[in-house]
Each structure stands twice: as C-alpha cells, then as structure tokens.
Design a protein around this ligand. Structure first.
Ligand SMILES: Nc1ncnc2c1ncn2[C@@H]1O[C@H](COP(=O)(O)OP(=O)(O)OP(=O)(O)O)[C@@H](O)[C@H]1O
Ligand SMILES: [Mg+2]
Length: 310
C-alpha cells in the first residue's frame, strides 16, 4: 500500500542545533494522525519539510511517493495546510478569500463556485459567506481555514494546532468537523497538537515527538498496551469473598487479558470496558460484588510516561 506520508531519517539542523532528528514516519491513507509533542519539539519544522516549504538538512520526506524537496509543486497540489498562524485577506469576504484560493489553484470558475458553496456549507459558514474576515471570531477563522483546504480537495491535510485559542465548545466542534471531513472526503489528516485529551478523541494513530525524536508511534490501542504491559482498560473490583472459581470465570470472559490479586482487590486488564460482562459472570457464579471501577489508559498517561522517562 502506498504511504501517504513517509519520512526516512528526516533531519533539520539550525545553527548546529538539531531540531528534527532522524525522523521515520509512515502514515497510511485514511489515518488521522495525532502529531504530539511539547513546545519546540519540532512538529512545525517537520510539517514544513513535508510540504516542501523548508529543506531538510538530511533525509527524505515524501507525500504520496513524491519527494517534498524535489517535487514541491506536485506535493503542494495534493496537500492542504492550515498553518499555526492563519492568514486571510481580512478586508475580503469569506467567499472571496475562498474564490481567490480556487484561482491560485487554477480551478475553473464553475468548479470554484461549486466548491466554495460546498466548503462553506461543510464548515457551517454559509451564513457568514459575505461577511469580511476581519469581523470573524478566531473559531470562525479556523473553520474558514478548513474550508480553504477543501477547495482543492487534497489527499492529505496538515493541520498545525487547529484548536489553539478556541473555547472548549468550539474545540469539540472543530474536532468533530475534522473527523467528519477525514471520513467523508477520504482525506488523510495530520494534526499537530500538545493538547492530548483533544486529539485522542479523533486520532487513530499518534506519534509523540520529544526534542526532535519520535519517542513513541503507533495505533492508540497498541500504545496503551505497550506502555503499560497490559490492556487498554483496567477494571478494579472487590468481592465479598474472592474464590479461585470466581477468578477463573472472569479470566474466561472474552477480551480479558489478565486477572491479578492486589490485597482484597482484583485487577482485571482488558481490551474494552467489560464491566457488564464481569458483573454478570460474578453474579451467575453466585459471587457478591462490593465495588467495581474502571480506569482507561488515556493518551495523557502514555504521554506522561514517556515524558518522565525522556
Ligand atoms: N527558522 C528557524 N531558525 C532557527 N531555529 C528554529 C527555526 N524554526 C524553528 N526553530 C527551532 O526549532 C525548534 C523546533 O521548533 P518547531 O516550531 O518545529 O516546534 P513545535 O513542535 O512546532 O513547537 P510548538 O508546539 O511551540 O509549535 C525550536 O527550538 C525552534 O526554536
Ligand atoms: Mg509548532
């Protein structure tokens, strides 16, 4: 399968400081990839190299097989980019800004008209179409930036901190919008952020960058298991009496990976939230459940784990 985004030992050095260090990334079609890392980790620099906007010091960046350094025009034609600092012509209307983008991309006037209306509709800005961008809130500008990349229907979109500076409700709407577009337009999305709890809601893969190096990368579920050597969820339960037969019947539930005793608690590691199945198994065996709670391994835990070790 053709990778949409690929880097091989991608490296960028500014004045003897290596800010991206031998990065190897593989992102497949349809992925929503959460590119995580603290301030200064090298996320934006990596995105700029992928888009052919800055040259790597060494290594290779490719988009859909095209070399970002040698074929930057080809790469730009299939990539959408929402930069950290969005820029529009403030004194033009939302519609005119999008028309301008369409013309820059050499689309026909008919295609432009159609796509501008569609894009404004998708991001929920149809009613503000004829308003000048200077009157837009930050959240509206972010949505206009998403509409702007939809004009050229890219195969891949790079969104650099698309939720920064918007309120919690706006963040949720923005994330839902990104997930919907990725699904409906079959667009691969790379989303950079340091707000972990946000990206984990929509990303299927994540990579955590620290000081220019990828410290962990992969599907969310797998990372949870690797990082903690167990399931993605841990159910803690207390029984009136813990018998070997009860432990055994919990172990036999599909999706349960392990059952351990810890004092008078049982710790069940599992792939999904199996509380109803566990409760039923205990009751069916004549056991008495005193309490049960679940803990999920959020990306934040993974992030914290890796960052305390770096
Ligand atoms: N043009 C430049 N010249 C010199 N150093 C630079 C340049 N651009 C970035 N850097 C440095 O490279 C490092 C990585 O920066 P980058 O902007 O890629 O990080 P980031 O992960 O996007 O951070 P943030 O979350 O703050 O956006 C930083 O230390 C930054 O100061
Ligand atoms: Mg950045």
């Amino acid at each position: 399968m053709q990778l949409v985004v690929e880097t091989v030992d991608l490296t960028k050095t500014y004045d003897n400081t290596t800010v991206v260090n031998k990065l190897n990334l593989s992102i497949e079609e349809g992925d929503i990839f959460g590119f995580l890392g603290p301030n200064g980790a090298g996320k934006t620099t990596t995105i700029l190299m992928l888009l052919g906007l800055t040259e790597p010091t060494s290594g290779v960046a490719r988009i859909c097989g095209y070399n970002s350094t040698r074929e930057p025009l080809k790469v730009k034609s299939i990539s959408g980019y929402v930069p950290e600092r969005i820029g529009f012509y403030e004194d033009l209307t939302a519609r005119h800004n999008l028309i301008y983008t369409g013309r820059l991309n050499a689309l026909s006037e008919e295609t432009i008209r159609k796509r501008v209306d569609e894009s404004l509709d998708i991001v929920g800005l149809s009613e503000a179409a004829n308003q000048r961008v200077q009157e837009f809130s930050r959240g509206m500008k972010q949505r206009l930036a998403i509409a702007d990349i939809l004009i050229k229907q890219p195969k891949v979109a790079f969104l650099d901190e698309p939720t920064s500076g918007i309120d919690p409700e706006g963040v949720k709407e923005m994330l839902d919008l990104i997930a919907k577009i990725a699904r409906e337009q079959k667009m691969t999305v790379i989303l950079s952020s340091h707000q972990l709890h946000q990206v984990q809601q929509i990303c299927n893969r994540v990579g955590i960058l620290a000081k220019g190096q990828m410290v962990v990368e992969g599907p969310l579920d797998q990372l949870g298991r690797e990082a903690f050597g167990g399931g993605r969820f841990r159910v803690e339960l207390q029984l009136a009496e813990t018998t070997a037969a009860l432990v055994d019947c919990i172990k036999r539930i599909e999706g349960v990976l392990s059952v351990e005793r810890s004092g008078d608690l049982l710790l069940v590691s599992c792939l999904e939230d199996l509380r109803p199945q566990i409760a039923r198994a205990i009751v069916d065996k004549g056991g008495l459940l005193i309490q049960m709670k679940i803990q999920s391994y959020a990306l934040e835990d993974i992030y914290m784990k890796y960052f305390t070790e770096v």
